[in-house]
Design a protein around this ligand. Structure first.
Ligand code: HEM
Length: 518
């Protein structure tokens, strides 16, 4: 018996092929010549296809793709058929502080696995309710009350560094920043450390989290090709089911344990202290238990991963530029008599320390890719330009922060650009920098809730390190460290540094100011 298409089958195939080709041609012509974003500059392929953007997602280089497009096409660029990116200063206000709020692009994040929204995924009234409930745990006052917990883990961090130095004078500082950030955020959010810093401990929590974040980021980029994202999600979730279930159980059991202890106000102050009376299933005020679980895990992941990247990147730039290490050491060592004096409050106003932290975040944003929002159907003026309704638009933090329209010598690490004129290291070259262009924590009602915590942790960590040690880069030729992949968050590679007790001379070789290679 012969198999094949009869006359009817052939006609159907021919008809189907012509229909598909006609649809593709019509769609291409529509997006290139008739779509409301047709006037915005951008590469030809991106006018009708998301392929270049998705390819950049899979390569972990979306920020580079967007930066290249800005360099080629200007401050506003069409990065995909329905999506724009901008590096205009006023866009911070017009997009992220718009009233009413512009929703996040719903296809730009992975839906919560337990079905309950988190701050990252919630929109509108649900987001506002959660944010109101959780905000008290992240205020200036809260940070002061959390100081003993932060202090405790920075002590453990220094003790661990001391133990490591008995084995070798060089160490991978990224690994220990990871343990530090996770132990702090663990204690603050579930009342328990992840015990990375103690003894000779090692664990794989950070790797597990990084894998989850990478999965979320890749799954999200497939979301416009339904059901591809579901297939991808299904495979990943099956492969990692056991490990995720164990991690989830650990976190939720710890929250239950912590909730049973009550607010503990007066004894210790963590993220749950102000939240405890507000956990209820009403959904009108406060937060439900499943929302609390999801938010806690999301914050642990966000808090430890981004902080690790930011601490490591800042250290990298600092050490690539010994003159900034000297200036920071001078400030820290002349401000304190002993290590116990160094805390989140006493470091708050150290100008050079703060300048180092700001410049580190400017040079290497931990989540460097665009923060997309949806323009309302009636359209909106953004940075003086009319953007049609339904368009997606966002600022790519790494692009705006390293844009020469805003910063002089933008790819070089110069903390001096953040100093006031009265400071002895103020540098005239940066007088006209648009510092407002660098908003690493974003702005508006969805800005980073954990910004104060990171800044406090970074101040104390750098001040303690510089108070106690002279630090150098181990591999002085490593000028490629920042060239890393970012699946939503940069995944830092090990950063080998050499630490010596303060005052012990080393063979330091002067180097140029560290810069980003593009
Ligand atoms: C260097 C450190 C950090 C940077 C640069 C950073 C950056 C950001 C940015 C840019 C956003 C806005 C995202 C968007 O609009 O889509 C954000 C949101 C957020 N961040 Fe951070 N973050 C940092 C540290 C932290 C820490 C330590 C925590 C946890 C305690 C945290 C928790 C969050 C949460 C929960 C949101 C969502 C806020 C909302 O939508 O209401 N972040 N972060």
């Amino acid at each position: 018996m012969a198999y094949g298409f009869g006359p009817d089958g052939k006609t159907f195939l021919a008809f189907a092929s012509v229909s598909v080709i006609t649809y593709i041609v019509w769609r291409t012509v529509y997006y290139v010549y008739f779509h409301p974003l047709r006037e915005f500059p951008g590469p030809f392929l991106a006018k009708f296809s998301r392929f270049p953007l998705i390819r950049s997602h899979f390569q972990g280089k979306t920020y580079k793709y967007v930066i290249d497009l800005h360099e080629q096409y200007g401050s506003i660029v069409r990065i995909a058929p329905d999506e724009l990116a901008t590096t205009e200063l006023e866009a911070w206000k017009d997009i992220y502080q718009a009233k009413p709020q512009l929703p996040k692009d719903p296809l730009s994040f992975t839906p919560p696995l337990n079905g309950a929204d988190t701050l990252f995924t919630a929109q509108g009234a649900t987001h506002q309710r959660m944010r109101r409930t959780l905000a008290n745990a992240f205020s200036d006052k809260a940070l002061r009350q959390q100081n003993p917990i932060i202090q405790h883990y920075v002590d453990l961090f220094i003790e661990r560094i001391e133990r490591e130095l008995q084995k070798s004078t060089t160490l991978d500082i990224t690994k220990f920043y990871g343990f530090l950030s996770l132990d702090i955020i663990g204690d603050l959010s579930i009342g328990k450390s992840f015990h990375g810093l103690e003894g000779e401990n090692e664990h794989s929590w950070l790797d597990d989290f990084w894998m989850g974040v990478t999965f979320g980021s890749l799954r999200t980029s497939l979301a416009r090709f339904h059901p591809l994202e579901l297939i991808f999600g299904f495979l990943f979730l099956r492969l990692t089911r056991k490990q995720r279930a164990n991690n989830w159980k650990y976190v939720t059991d710890s929250i239950t344990e912590r909730l049973h202890k009550g607010s503990l106000d007066g004894e210790r102050w963590d993220f749950l202290t102000p939240v405890i009376g507000n956990v209820n299933e009403g959904r009108e005020e406060g937060i439900t238990r499943s929302e609390l679980d999801g938010n806690t895990l999301a914050m642990i992941i966000a808090g430890c991963e981004v902080s690790t990247v930011a601490l490591s990147a800042t250290t990298y730039f600092l050490l690539r530029n010994p003159s900034t290490v000297d200036r920071l050491a001078e400030e820290v060592r002349s401000s304190f008599q002993n290590e116990a004096e160094i805390d989140v409050g006493s470091t708050f106003e150290l100008p050079y320390l703060n300048a180092i932290i700001n410049e580190g975040l400017r040079m290497h944003h931990p989540t460097p890719s665009p923060l997309p929002r949806v323009v309302p159907s009636e359209g909106l003026k953004i940075a003086g330009q009319w953007i049609p309704g339904g368009a997606i638009i966002g600022i790519c933090p790494q692009a705006i922060q390293t844009d020469k329209a805003h910063f002089n010598d933008p790819l070089s690490f110069n903390p001096e650009r953040w100093l006031e004129e009265s400071h002895k290291y103020f540098d005239e070259r940066f007088r006209y920098d648009n510092r407002e262009a660098s908003k690493p924590f974003s702005v508006g009602p969805r800005n980073c809730i954990g910004s104060k915590l990171y800044l406090g942790e970074a101040r104390v960590t750098f001040a303690r390190l510089l108070f106690k040690y002279d630090i150098e880069m181990f591999d002085k030729s490593d000028s490629e460290w920042t060239d890393q992949k970012a699946f939503l968050i940069f995944k830092p590679t090990p950063l080998q540094v050499k630490l010596m007790p303060r005052g012990v001379q080393s063979q330091a070789v002067p180097q140029e100011r560290g810069s980003i290679n593009r």
